[in-house]
Design a protein around this ligand. Structure first.
Ligand code: ISL
Length: 533
């Protein structure tokens, strides 16, 4: 059989590892992680077997939204280090053959950014329309009905200049005006600044938000809203997000990235498949390489549900589009908290065997579960503004537990958020020494993925299977694999492959055993398929 082309870009084969800088490693004893701490842990990241690091924002910030409120796009937050520390980190990343993606936050800046200070100083300011200012509605009050993602009106009154400004998130995060050419040019310069420094790309925060409909019409009411949902969901964000003009800007980002050679853009985009797929752009005018796909987070852990999700997503991809999968982030509940320890092993196997670039969130490789945050320690502004909905993000942002030393080797002092209660046993050192740990499973799956083109760049097809079982084949050239995952608590039949016969077990979520045509509860297998004789 003819071998397929294997000279595909690194970001198609590779695995992205998200580091939340506040919680990875503290090096200076302030209880908050920093760049030197990350640098000190690079060998861990390299030996884990991932290919790229995406760093959540490290820019100067008042931390109203923990770095997603940027006060200087071309600097480093002193709490994290400085540009020299950044350069050392980047050199260390590259020396280990890894890539580094920064988090670009284009939709909004901090209200402490000098641009906003200038914008709000007066209606005549040269930068007034770098942000979105509007007069009150004719009868008074906010210009329209838009709701902030963090609750309340998306408009904040500025008494000094007698206008409202728009903020899709906190009032400390005023939205930038991407219809203004000078703002666009300034932000392109920001990207150049970091690309010139050698970064390998960007994850782009809330990319689908960056342009708003002309005339700022009211958003339609969501008739399906129920009080257990966030206030934001009372409305459908039709006019405040996903505007055609944003696609043109996304294509401009891509053209700039491409002018630097092989760099990668990951777009944070929450949309239904048909609209999501448009963010790939066209072959002639491509947009982001990887529009983040959060459907494993958004959907129930159920084989039938995931089967449909995977099939629909695969079907939605344009021919030039490359899939990707995300199972955890600093915004989402921990995967192990959602599905438990045994199924977290099955989830690891799914994430690393699906077709498409996986993103692994720090701490998920050791299965950090739910970390209840005592009320007095809650820091997440979204949670503080909308208490009682169980949407707190702090519980996914707790520090990495490295070993059994005080504060888990994360810091010399009490960390900014509590550690997972089971840190004395659930930590990197303990799991590194344990052949049956989740970390060991992650390492072996990452090694397998690297060794098997079928897993990283191979083709994909779902296979019929019993209830609770999710199964698919991956193949590349003559190599063909069957992945069979039991998401349930009953023993099920091992699905029959569509092609060939079952051969060697390449990976298992459970201890080795002789195959008997069944899948045990919580069992996931990667099997080699051999030519049927
Ligand atoms: O719209 C959502 C899901 O349908 C939200 O989860 C939303 O996309 C998300 O909150 C956006 O997250 C990003 O931007 C925020 C920041 O607080 C998050 O940490 C960041 O990941 C504002 O910059």
């Amino acid at each position: 059989m003819q071998r397929q082309r294997t000279d595909c870009p690194w970001w198609q084969r590779g695995v992205i590892y998200q580091i939340y800088p506040r919680s990875f490693q503290d090096s200076n004893g302030d209880g908050v992680g920093d760049l030197a701490g990350i640098e000190a842990r690079l060998d861990y990241v390299a030996t884990l077997g991932v290919d790229a690091i995406w760093l959540s924002p490290v820019f100067p910030s008042p931390m109203a939204d923990f770095g997603y409120d940027v006060a200087d796009y071309c600097g480093i937050e002193p709490m994290f280090g400085d540009l020299a520390a950044f350069d050392r980190l980047l050199a260390g990343v590259h020396a280990r053959g890894l890539k580094l993606l920064l988090d670009f936050v284009p939709n909004h800046s901090s209200d402490q950014h000098p641009w906003f200070a200038e914008s709000r100083a007066s209606r005549d300011s040269a930068k007034r329309d770098w942000y979105i200012w509007r007069d009150p509605a004719p009868g008074g009050g906010p210009p329209n009905n838009w709701i902030s993602d963090f609750g309340g009106s998306a408009w904040e009154w500025d008494a000094a200049t007698g206008q409202y400004y728009l903020h899709a998130f906190l009032k400390e995060q005023p939205d930038l005006n991407w219809r203004k050419p000078a703002l666009r040019a300034a932000m392109m310069d920001v990207l150049r600044f970091w690309l010139d420094r050698g970064v390998d790309g960007f994850r782009i925060d809330v990319l689908w938000h960056i342009v708003k409909a002309e005339g700022f019409p009211d958003n339609p009411v969501n008739v399906d809203w129920t009080p257990d949902r966030t206030e934001r969901d009372r409305l459908i964000q039709r006019h405040s997000t996903d505007q055609p003009e944003a696609h043109a800007i996304s294509a401009d980002f891509r053209a700039l990235a491409d002018s630097y050679g092989e760099r990668v853009l990951v777009g944070e985009i929450f949309l239904p498949n048909d609209r999501h797929a448009r963010w790939f752009g066209t072959p002639e005018r491509p947009q982001v390489h990887l529009p983040f796909n959060f459907q494993l987070i958004e959907n129930r852990w159920n084989a039938a549900v995931l089967r449909r999700v995977i099939a629909d997503y695969e079907a939605s991809l344009p021919t030039h589009g490359w899939p990707n999968w995300v199972f955890g982030s600093h915004d989402a509940p921990r995967i192990a908290a959602r599905i438990g320890d045994a199924q977290a092993r099955v989830a690891a196997m799914l994430l690393l065997t699906l077709r498409g670039t996986p993103t692994l969130y720090q701490g998920d490789e050791i299965g950090i579960g739910d970390v209840p945050i005592p009320p007095e320690r809650v820091r997440d502004p979204q949670d503080l503004r909308q208490p009682g909905l169980g949407i707190g993000r702090d519980r996914s942002r707790t520090p990495m537990p490295w070993d059994g030393s005080p504060f888990a080797g994360f810091s010399a002092v009490e960390p900014w958020l509590p550690l997972n209660a089971d840190w004395p046993t659930r930590n990197v050192a303990a799991q590194s020494d344990d052949p049956d740990s989740l970390l060991t499973l992650y390492r072996s799956l990452l090694t397998l993925r690297r060794a098997q083109d079928a897993l990283s760049i191979g083709k994909f097809a779902l296979v019929d299977a019993d209830e609770d079982v999710l199964a698919f084949e991956r193949w590349h050239g003559d190599d063909r694999l069957l992945v069979a995952l039991n998401l349930g608590t009953q023993r099920r039949r091992l699905p029959l492959p569509a092609h060939g016969a079952i051969g060697a077990v390449l990976a298992s979520t459970l201890p080795p055993r002789v195959l008997d045509g069944s899948l045990a509860p919580d069992e996931g297998l990667v099997l080699r398929l051999e030519e049927a004789r």
